[in-house]
Structures are given as structure tokens and as C-alpha cells.
Ligand binder design. Structure first.
Ligand SMILES: [Zn+2]
Length: 397
């Protein structure tokens, strides 16, 4: 069957354009992601294949996954098309809107973000670009993490170089801003801490105009709340490095965050103080954060009205299976195939093989109708140019 009804472009991610389209098999609106210039170079080709494989691997309510992978429209092809669930809005649009955000909303959103990230981290996947715009939301408050264009597997070898050009600057952890060559899933937890504060304050917590100002702002809030020291920006590089090295390894006291918003409670400030920790080793993991008392209500609400794992009986809520409330994948994501990919042609063959191997189940295979009136406009839509992400070095994976 063919997709003819393409509504309009609804989003521009780091590496693709998303259109709302109608699935002709059931008439439902779904999202069609177009990934252009897939085979531009080896780096980008491997990255797209990785994203494609991840989308097909995911099976979690709070993580966006592939509904279908469509065959290419050209030969040889440069673009790929993936269909995912269509969500109504994202957290960025909600935060900047006039829509009220109650404590119940915040608990429910934060619970789902951490629930999805716990799953990703258990799969050994680092998202590396957690920000409000990558958290999709439906009107019933269901949340899904999306955009895996920058995601990669955790690197167990500490001597291996990992790119620092990840995560939109406002949500970037201090160790990344300070040029850490090696990092782990705690960079995502930092981003979630920033988003949690943003939900409470209704403004970006660390909104600086350069990486240096960014680290300066973080230092001021976490380490020098009384503003007793001169700005790090006025120091030379060596003094600044010394200053940042002297930062306490311990989490900041919850009182650090009290002044941020009148709605800040001790519980929310306490959880924030465990996520926004300068030292990544002392930052909580998603599992630990999920056990925090602040999230009890969010968990209850989620599993009472939104989840697919519980059901309600006359006696109250029942958990449907042996699974945990916050499940992890059965197996970790395997990227061993990447070592075999040495040229763009290798990746092209792997992508073709992957697309052809996709089981559609009992569903009728879909393809894009190239004679549809909207098709030329769809083909002409390109990714936004203003993305802060540039990945050029071939050392970077
Ligand atoms: Zn449940």
C-alpha cells in the first residue's frame, strides 16, 4: 500500500525531517522521518544505520520506536524513511506555552523521562542529547524520548576518545564542558536535572551564550551561591582549571535550589541536588532517581492511568506481570556489526540488507507514493541548518 497523504513537516531533528502522514492500512496518523544524505560519508552513514537499528530494537512505552522502515524511492538511494508513532507536541513547546504546569504534571513527566532513560542505559545506550525538544508528549501526558541521531553505546574502554560535541549546550554536563575525553550515562542524568529545574522554574536553568559562560553559571550556582568569588571568565585558563578541579566531590545541599522558584519544595530540591552534581561519579543513576520519594506520586499516577503493564480491579491497582514497574531490555543493544563497516558501500549494503530483513509481521508492506501531489514538497524538505552539532572528525564514533 502507498502513503499518499502527507500532512506537513512537523519537526526538524539534528539529522532528519519529520512529517505527519496517514497510514493507509488503518487510517491513523503516524510520523514519517526522512533521513537525507545518508551516505554522505562513512561517519554519517554509520550513524544513520545505528539510529535505524536502535529504533527497531526499542520496545518501551517511553521511548519512540519504529513502526515500519520503508523501502527507498530512488536507486541508488541517498535517503531513508522510518515510520514512528506520532506524538502531539514536545516538552519544549509546553514549557514556553501559557499552559499551566502543575506539580502533578512535573512528577508524571519526570517519572516517564527517567523510566525511558533507565531502559536506554540498561541497553548500554547513551542518548547524549536529552533536551525538552526531544521529549515528545501527547495530550494525555504520555511521554516518549526521541531523536537518537547522537546516541551511541557506552564505551567501556576509558582510553578511547569520545566526542564532546554532544548535547545542546544548555543541557551539557560540566565534565563535557571541561573537555572530558571519556564519560558515561551520567551526562544524560545531568540533562534531566536541568530539565527538571526548567519544568519547575519555567525557564532554562543554565542559559549561557558560550561554553565558558555555561560552566561559569553552573559553578556559581553549585559551588559559589553567595557570589564571593570573581567570575571564572575573568581568570586565565590555568587559574580557572585549578578552580574547577577544587570543586567539592559531594552533592550540593538541597538549599542551593530553594531560591530558584517559589514552588520549589524540599523534596524537589533534594532530588535536584542529587542530579545536578558537578562530579559525575556522585550523580544519581536513573534507577536511584526513580526510587526518590519525589517520584512516588508520578509512578502511581502513571501506572494507574497510562501504562500498559497494570490493570485495575475492584480491590485496586494490580501489576500485570512479573516485570518491574520500570522494565529494562532483555538484552543490551549490540553494535558489534559496526567493526565490519569500513566503507560507505559496506554501510549501504548493510542498510539495504537491514531494510529487506525487516519483518512487517502480518502488516501489508508500505511504500511512499511518488506520484502524490505533496511528494515534491516532501522531497525538497531538508534538515534545519541551525543545529549546534557538528561531527567531522573521523576519530569520533
Ligand atoms: Zn503499570
Amino acid at each position: 500500500m502507498e502513503i499518499s497523504e502527507m500532512d506537513k513537516p512537523i519537526g526538524y531533528g539534528a539529522f532528519g525531517v519529520v512529517w505527519a502522514v496517514k497510514d493507509p492500512r488503518d487510517g491513523k496518523q503516524v510520523a514519517l522521518k526522512k533521513m537525507p544524505n545518508v551516505f554522505h560519508n562513512l561517519m554519517s552513514a554509520k550513524r544513520v544505520l545505528r539510529e535505524l537499528k536502535m529504533l527497531c530494537y526499542f520496545n518501551h512505552e517511553n521511548v519512540l520506536s519504529a513502526v515500519d522502515v520503508l523501502p527507498p524511492v530512488d536507486s541508488p538511494y541517498e535517503e531513508m524513511y522510518v515510520i514512528t508513532q506520532l506524538m502531539q507536541t514536545d516538552l519544549h513547546k509546553i514549557i514556553v506555552s501559557q499552559q499551566p504546569l502543575t506539580t502533578d504534571h512535573i512528577r508524571l513527566f519526570l517519572y516517564q523521562i527517567l523510566r525511558g532513560l533507565k531502559y536506554l542505559h540498561a541497553a548500554r545506550i547513551l542518548h547524549r542529547d536529552v533536551k525538552p525538544g526531544n521529549l515528545l508528549i501527547n495530550s494525555d501526558c504520555r511521554l516518549k524520548i526521541c531523536d537518537f541521531g547522537l546516541a551511541r553505546l557506552e564505551e567501556p574502554d576509558e582510553s578511547k576518545y569520545m566526542t564532546q560535541e554532544v548535547v545542546t549546550q544548555y543541557y551539557r554536563a560540566p565534565e563535557l564542558l571541561l573537555g572530558a575525553r571519556h564519560y558515561n550515562s551520567s551526562v544524560d542524568v545531568w540533562s534531566v536535572g536541568c530539565i527538571f529545574a526548567e519544568l519547575i522554574c519555567r525557564r532554562i536553568l543554565f542559559q549561557a551564550n558560550s561554553p565558558v559562560s555555561q560552566i561559569d553559571m553552573i559553578y556559581k550556582l553549585l559551588c559559589d551561591p553567595n557570589n564571593t568569588q570573581p567570575s571564572a571568565r575573568s581568570m586565565d585558563r590555568q587559574t580557572r582549571t585549578q578552580l574547577y578541579k577544587s570543586v567539592s566531590r559531594m552533592p550540593p545541599p538541597p538549599s542551593t535550589f530553594y531560591h530558584l522558584a517559589p514552588t520549589m519544595t524540599h523534596e524537589s530540591a533534594h532530588l535536584l541536588s542529587r542530579m545536578l552534581v558537578w562530579n559525575p561519579e556522585k550523580r544519581v543513576s536513573c534507577c536511584e532517581a526513580l526510587r526518590h520519594v519525589y517520584l512516588c506520586d508520578g509512578r502511581l499516577r502513571y501506572h494507574t492511568s497510562l501504562c500498559r503493564c497494570c490493570f485495575v480491579t475492584a480491590d485496586g491497582i494490580r501489576h500485570a506481570s512479573e516485570q518491574e514497574f520500570e522494565p529494562v531490555p532483555e538484552r543490551t543493544f549490540n553494535d558489534a556489526y559496526e567493526s565490519e563497516l569500513r566503507s560507505v558501500e559496506d554501510v549501504r549494503n548493510a542498510v539495504t540488507e537491514f531494510i529487506n530483513s525487516q519483518p512487517c509481521g502480518r502488516k501489508t508492506p508500505l511504500r511512499i507514493n511518488t506520484s502524490s501531489t505533496v511528494f515534491p514538497r516532501f522531497m525538497a524538505s531538508t534538515v534545519a541548518q541551525s543545529q549546534p552539532v557538528t561531527v567531522t572528525s573521523s576519530r569520533v564514533a
